[in-house]
Design a binder for this molecule. Structure first.
Ligand code: PLP
Length: 435
């Protein structure tokens, strides 16, 4: 498969090139030259297939002959050693729990696949690849644990000292092995600036093969189509062939973009709800047809606090820069924090089920859409994080303490290991020289 940049001035890239580059040289995002289609026969064969088989069927259409099929299958088996449960709330409402991976958030699906693809391509070139990432929390932990122990790769994470939660810091600083956490005496913007400078420093780039692992990487997007496809096949079969509606808690809109790819590949999906918090740039675009990004607003669903979502460029490309075409498939809603807390309460009272604030935004948006769209299609809210990651919000909403899952507790018990540095590129360059 060939990939193009959304800015269209870069030369076409292989999956390997697109994965190792992340962003295209012209600053655009890589998109597949064509969206692979599944025939009705292929879909039928996958209807009862386990998650890994659905994932493999999709992945091989994107990898083509760049990776031998037995190796690709092994990679997928290594990535998805945890379950993807569909929790039933009522006859036609389900929560797809995407938080059973090592860092208890859905970013594990993308990061674990990206890590192994990077490792494969690095081995092919006999190179050691250095992944340099600035993080304010969740992406960094998924990357740290995703790349942990992957041969031919090492990760250097920069995070702002004292500006991430204790839980996030533990997740960033305890992976060990090939993962180093740099605790920067500055803020997130300093971390991002330092990483950008490293990418522009020719001396450093001559010595190290640098790549980034942020959410625009195409090898993080592809694996996010797997759980849409698998759930859509399963629920459609159980509901006499009806197509499935997905509500997607969104920040940078990578997750939603992957869903749209799954629908366009032919998996039985009828509609998407783009569920935003108060950061409503895309919600307004879907309603009014004008894209006017605004500064980021801080909310309870922090991982969705994005004023100018990076993957919006991909959505626009897929929908030919036509807001009406996009709005045909996607309805946007924006939920204020007060209603997020209220939703956590309502769902708990009604179904005895605890949702984290991100998932609650998804549920609230689905309910809003259903008030104006009567449908018997089965509907799925993607649950992007485990509620124990947001203990304070759950306590505010429900007044109860929730138990911390074993995996999280063991991370909390580990000894943090960091290298403190100042917020200057000189200090980062000096550190990189020691690698
Ligand atoms: C990253 C994240 C999101 C937003 O996903 P996008 O792909 O950026 O839209 C939602 N919820 C949680 C918990 C996240 O970590």
């Amino acid at each position: 498969m060939i990939f193009y940049s959304t800015n269209k001035s870069s030369v076409p890239a292989s999956l390997k090139k697109a994965t190792l580059e992340g962003l295209a040289p012209d600053g655009g995002l890589y998109v597949p030259s064509e969206i692979p289609a599944f025939s009705p026969g292929e879909l039928e064969l996958l209807q009862n297939a386990p998650f890994t088989d659905v994932a493999f069927a999709i992945a091989k259409k994107f990898t083509g002959d760049e990776i031998p099929h037995d190796r690709l299958y092994a990679i997928i088996e290594e990535c998805y050693t945890f379950d993807t449960p569909l929790h039933k709330l009522d006859g036609k409402t389900f929560v797809e729990e995407l938080f059973h991976g090592p860092t208890l958030a859905f970013k594990d699906y993308g990061a674990r696949f990206l890590a192994r693809m990077t490792g494969y391509f690095a081995e092919e070139d006999q190179k050691l690849i250095t992944i340099l990432v600035a993080t304010s929390g969740d992406t960094g932990s998924a990357v740290a644990y995703g790349f942990q122990g992957i041969a031919n790769t090492r990760v250097v994470l920069l995070y702002p000292s004292g500006k991430v939660s204790r839980l996030q810091e533990q997740q960033l600083t305890t992976a060990g092995g090939n993962v180093t956490a740099l605790e920067v005496n500055g803020d997130f913007d300093d971390c991002q600036r330092m990483v950008k400078q490293a990418f522009m420093d020719q001396d450093t780039r001559r010595r190290l093969t640098l790549t980034s692992a942020n959410s625009i990487n195409i090898s993080r997007l592809i694996p996010q189509t797997f759980y849409y496809a698998w759930a859509a096949l399963k629920l459609s079969k159980e509901h006499s062939g009806r197509k499935v509606v997905f509500s997607v808690p969104s920040g940078n809109y990578g997750n939603l973009t992957a869903g749209v790819l799954a629908m366009k590949m032919g998996f039985p999906i009828s509609h998407f709800i783009a569920a935003a918090n108060a950061n409503d740039s895309v919600t307004r675009y879907l309603d009014e047809g004008r894209y006017e990004p605004r500064p980021t607003i801080r909310t309870l669903s922090t991982a969705m606090d994005v004023g100018n979502p990076s993957n919006f460029a991909r959505l626009q490309h897929i929908y030919h820069y036509n807001a009406l075409e996009m709005a045909h498939d996607i309805s946007g809603y924006s939920t204020p924090d007060s209603e997020t807390l209220e939703t956590i309460r309502e769902v708990y009272d009604h179904y005895d089920y605890i949702m984290d604030p991100h998932t609650a935004v998804g549920y609230h948006s689905l309910e809003a859409w259903r008030r104006t769209h009567r449908t018997d299609d089965p509907s799925v809210v993607l649950s992007t994080a485990h509620p124990a990651k947001f203990i304070e919000s759950i306590q505010d909403a429900l007044g109860i303490e929730i138990p911390i899952p074993g995996r999280l507790q063991s991370v909390l018990d580990k000894q943090k290991s960091t290298t403190p540095i100042d917020a200057s590129y000189r200090d980062l360059a000096t550190f990189l020289e020691t690698l």
